[in-house]
Design a protein around this ligand. Structure first.
Ligand code: HEM
Length: 216
């Protein structure tokens, strides 16, 4: 299997998982009509305590999750640059608004202060990295833009990793989402960021090696 085939499979899996998790979040619209079907009672309590910030987060962050994979298609970036720019602007807006909502929800996090700390650090890094990625695109610093957007989406994708880790938490003996969330608030995104950092360092090595051999 070649590298391009592997990355197509990876992108396909990423799109399916991101779309499923984003679509599943639509159930939170029920809260507007006092319908709580499929909503964890502890998350319901968070929404009742902080409805504005929690629902802003739960309605808008999924937009970033669903739009992100589109931005990583090289063919689309080249053939439809305007689409890349506009969906990029919506992605940035969704991260900043969804991240602001998340930060304001942190004091009410169902897993207590440790979960709040993990989600708080994530929210600050998410908003900061995405804003820096947008500024670097405006300044036409495209290498920085590509790198920072990779980190941004690694954090956005934490929403998927968190939901994949919940069944593992139950297998490990946790009895509810809120009891495992102090752990999930870190394990859902730190590994993603580390993987992107390692991959980007390896990629920089490949590039410098191939430009050295082109010079010889
Ligand atoms: C990357 C930065 C993010 C941060 C800091 C963050 C933070 C939070 C916090 C603090 C809560 C309350 C949970 C609790 O009380 O334990 C929450 C819930 C939620 N978040 Fe995020 N979140 C982020 C990204 C996302 C993304 C990208 C999505 C897209 C699907 C998302 C969707 C939701 C949903 C639907 C809930 C309600 C609980 C659930 O269904 O699991 N979040 N988030």
């Amino acid at each position: 299997m070649d590298k391009e085939y592997n990355s197509q499979i990876g992108r396909g899996v990423m799109i399916v998982l991101a779309t499923v998790v984003a679509a599943y979040s639509l159930r939170y619209y029920g809260a507007l009509g006092n319908v709580w079907a499929g909503i964890d009672p502890k998350i319901k309590a968070v929404i009742l305590q902080a409805p504005l910030q929690a629902l802003i987060h739960m309605f808008i962050a999924p937009v970033a999750l669903a739009l992100g994979p589109l931005q990583f298609y090289p063919g689309l970036r080249v053939r439809r640059p305007m689409l890349h720019r506009w969906s990029g602007r919506v992605y940035v807006l969704a991260c900043v608004t969804g991240g602001g909502g998340a930060l304001a929800t942190v004091p009410f996090a169902s897993g207590g202060w440790v979960a709040g700390l993990g989600f708080g650090i994530l929210a600050l890094l998410w908003v900061g990295t995405t804003t820096a990625a947008w500024i670097s695109a405006v300044r036409r610093q495209f290498e920085w833009h590509r790198l920072l957007m990779r980190f941004s989406y690694a954090m956005t994708f934490g929403a998927v990793v968190l939901r994949l880790q919940i069944p593992v938490g139950y297998l490990l003996g946790y009895d509810s989402y809120s009891s495992m969330s102090p752990v999930l608030a870190f394990t859902s995104w730190v590994p993603n960021v580390v993987i992107v950092a390692l991959y980007s360092m390896q990629e920089a090595r490949w590039c410098s090696r191939s430009s050295e051999s082109a010079r010889l």
